[in-house]
Design a protein around this ligand. Structure first.
Ligand code: ADP
Ligand code: MG
Length: 765
């Protein structure tokens, strides 16, 4: 997947430089000559309404006063600030810096030492900005500066269409005209061309001959996210003017709670996040504000879970019985310890009067389906119906086959309902569901289409749940009376991410594979080794095995993609493997055509299946032993791991070949993770480190809150604390009998303030 607009060197964290100045919190006079910052034009930051109150109700609270109330901010400036979502004093206070420039760490160029975070103040000699002649995706930005001691060339490699625009490049050159004085701040690194400052923060201090504002020099200056037409001085001016009103800020967290979790007071945190007196104060301020971001989210999620648990399900189900016993009898294998544990967790849920809402995370092939089947049988045993929903027809079909195989032995009818089920069949299924004759239905989202009515739906199992929206899940739930819901996912996500997006679910992990599975031999290959890859394939096919070749969708246009997939398919069939039959599978085929392609592969009529990522989810052909992935660097690690999981499903040694022509060291390091690990949890953790939480979830997943400061990579400890704190707050029953939150009206108000917009207010209901 193209990572548009990414800056290779960006680490995405707000607080980067080590601040050590010993200066008290103060209010530097806004500068006049400042024309903006290098990074300000990098992206126009999304307007983030930190308070969640763009259309806030009329309020007399002093912090809700408009910014025009501040001296020096007239309607014209206020209008500009509104572009950043800054309307009130509160907005300005909660508009956190993205970074800091630390003038206390100012050094001369000749004294730069790799590994240190420093600031230099120097004069521009030359600014160069051009597209890389070698890599069509990269733009190179070079800034040569000098001070009285020496000269330095700073280079940045920027990826993304934005940087390639002439407009952007010209703007840089205008900003950094020769003679302009700049402050440059960041980590000093040694590369093969000499010293460089990594991912630097560059601020224009003044033009030729301007007097440099002495207030900035020697102190820590906050750097704010900006947007076009809103300069750094303006934001700084607004924040500085608003800062005295922090005294009006009431801390929603009671003192006892703050002391228990060693959190500084909110007003102090806000003051110090803007103008930290020293490193420690900044760290404490940040910790408090990160805590808040996590805390209110957990509070919302846990309260929602509590509300769900207070609902009554009609379906209490016994954990044992004839059907479950019989299933264990016919099953050709023993459950792993992890499977047993998770089955117990599910069966315990099912005995409760509260509806189950459990997520089962488990690696590819860890055996989630059988575990779900035990739950399904518990439902049927108790006289209810069950449904199993999958995101694609291919996957639904496959589940259906499995279930038929097992349920025939138990004399239980099971049917499949998808978009391509014939009308007559469909009618029959609807009929049998309504009478209750049909105990189990497998299907795609066709399951939740309107005419489908169950007599008595007691349990819903949803496979690969991240592919379904919340609305679709809710719709299926409404087919019964608060049925139990079990969701399965083979895309494990790091715990911080799980707590953030599934914080309202109970989570079970199948963290063990069935015995006898051989590790899949994984190798990263460059273009020159392609012939070796094809040789391996021929050898495997000669032994009766089968092979997948996966092509990423790369171009912006689907049509182009399809054409390149077709071309590659033709090349493979006609030039490379004329002696074998090659099949083709892609998203544009009709479901019948997809089925045909997969059936042909399953029945070994084709030896090679060329596919787009359609095979990613759940396709199960145990005879396939080689998975070759083209342009592997374009995929996320978790997705590659998923694709790899299509092989190694039988008893034989399997291989995963990751083809890449990427020269990027980071890309190589990333891919090497797969050579070394087969643990989906570890891989997703690494994926998140490399690409960030949003990318790990993919675009299909909505609902990841837009944290201003918190990092799901760095702040796991604070998240755990916040979760505990939220749990404790909710556990305290109030005298009125409401949940613990009603005892703390300020906290409840803050929760509403933050989340009435975010996630569509979903976590407040
Ligand atoms: P997942 O959905 O977690 O990827 P499946 O439920 O499809 O995995 O199981 C993968 C394969 O392993 C299936 O063929 C299944 O029947 C088999 N299987 C599941 N559990 C076990 C076990 N404990 N021992 C042996 N084979 C198992
Ligand atoms: Mg599965």
């Amino acid at each position: 997947m193209a990572e548009g607009g990414a800056d290779y060197s960006a680490d995405g964290n707000a607080v980067k430089s080590v601040v050590k100045s010993g200066q008290p919190v103060g209010q530097p006079k806004p500068k006049k000559a400042n024309k903006g910052q290098a990074k300000s034009s990098k992206t126009s930051p999304k307007v983030r309404d930190v308070t969640g109150l763009v259309d806030r109700p009329n309020s007399n609270h002093p912090l809700d006063k408009p910014l025009t109330y501040l001296p020096g901010i007239g309607p014209h400036k206020a209008e500009k600030l509104a572009k950043l979502g800054l309307l009130s004093l509160r907005d300005a206070l909660f508009y956190y810096p993205r970074d800091y420039i630390d003038y206390a760490r100012q050094v001369n160029i000749k004294d730069l030492v790799p590994g240190e975070t420093v600031t230099i103040v120097a004069t521009v000699k030359r600014c160069n900005c051009f597209n890389s002649p070698r890599n069509t995706k990269l733009t190179i930005f070079e800034l040569t500066v000098y001070d009285s001691s020496s000269r330095l060339k700073i280079s940045r490699f920027l990826a993304g269409g934005h940087f390639r625009s002439r407009g952007w490049q010209e703007k840089q050159k205008r900003l950094y005209l020769p003679g302009v004085v700049v402050a440059i701040s960041g980590l000093v690194k040694q590369n093969k061309y000499g010293l460089n400052i990594d991912n630097p923060e560059i601020e224009v201090l003044g033009g030729k001959g301007d007097a440099i504002d002495s207030l900035t020099v020697g102190r820590v200056v906050p750097v704010y996210p900006l947007t076009d037409g809103v300069g750094a001085d303006l934001v700084r001016q607004a924040v500085v003017a608003a800062l005295p009103s922090v005294v009006e800020l009431q801390d929603p967290l009671p003192r006892a709670l703050r002391e228990q979790y060693t959190l500084v007071e909110l007003a102090v945190a806000i003051a110090h996040i803007h103008f930290p007196p020293d490193t420690d104060a900044l760290a404490l301020a940040r910790r408090r504000l990160v805590f808040d971001e996590f805390f209110y989210l957990q509070l919302g999620l846990l309260r929602r879970r509590q509300a769900q648990q207070q609902q009554q399900t009609t379906a209490q189900m016994a954990p044992t019985g004839e059907l479950i016993d019989a299933f264990y009898e016919v099953l050709p294998f023993q459950f792993t310890a992890a499977q047993n544990r998770v089955v117990q967790e599910i069966l315990t849920d099912l005995q409760s009067t509260a509806p189950m809402n459990r997520l089962v995370q488990g690696d590819v092939g860890s055996g989630k389906t059988v575990v779900a089947v035990v739950g399904i049988l518990a439902a049927i045993q108790a006289g209810y119906q069950a449904a199993l929903m999958a995101p694609t027809e291919v996957l639904a079909e496959q589940h259906y086959r499995k279930l038929v195989e097992w349920f025939n032995l138990l004399h239980l009818p099971v049917e499949l309902l998808t978009g391509s089920t014939k009308t007559a069949k469909r009618r029959k299924i609807h009929q049998e569901l309504m009478t209750g004759e049909l105990p189990v239905l497998v299907g795609t989202h066709a399951l939740i289409e309107d005419p489908v009515k169950f007599a008595n739906l007691g349990l819903v199992a949803i496979d690969e749940q991240h592919r379904f929206g919340v609305a679709q899940r809710a719709k299926l739930q409404q087919k019964g009376h608060n049925p139990h819901v079990l969701t399965l996912t083979a895309t494990p996500i790091p715990r911080t991410l799980a707590l953030t997006i599934h914080g309202d679910l109970d989570v079970s992990q199948i963290d063990q594979l069935p015995p006898g599975r051989k590790a899949i031999q994984t190798t990263v290959l460059g273009g020159r080794e392609r012939a070796d890859a094809y040789d391996l394939m021929r050898r495997e096919i000669a032994q009766g095995r089968q092979v997948y070749i996966v092509l990423p969708l790369v171009e912006e246009s689907e049509k182009l993609d399809l054409r390149s997939a077709m071309e590659e398919y033709t090349r493979l069939q006609e030039t490379i493997f004329p002696e074998f039959v090659v099949g083709l599978l892609h998203g544009r085929l009709s479901s019948a055509e997809k089925d045909a392609a997969i059936s042909a592969f399953r029945d070994q009529q084709t030896q090679i299946l060329v596919s787009t990522t359609v095979v990613e989810v759940g396709v199960d052909v145990p005879n396939a032993t080689v998975m070759l992935i083209e342009h592997a660097e374009r995929f996320g690690l978790s997705q590659l791991h998923q694709l790899r999981g299509r092989v190694g499903r039988g008893g034989s040694q399997s291989y995963c070949l990751l083809m890449t022509s990427s020269k990027s060291e980071v890309a190589m390091q990333r891919l090497k993770v797969l050579e070394q690990s087969q643990d989906g949890f570890f891989i997703s953790e690494m994926d998140m480190r490399f690409r960030g939480p949003g990318q790990v979830l993919g675009t299909r997943q909505s609902g990841l809150p837009d944290f201003a400061l918190a990092s799901l990579v760095e702040d796991q400890d604070v998240l755990e604390l916040a979760r505990t704190a939220a749990t404790n707050v909710l556990a305290q029953q109030s005298e009125s009998g409401g949940d613990g939150l009603t005892r703390w009206p300020l906290m409840e108000k803050e929760l509403a303030r933050r989340y009435q917009k975010l996630m569509g207010g979903a976590i407040l209901t």
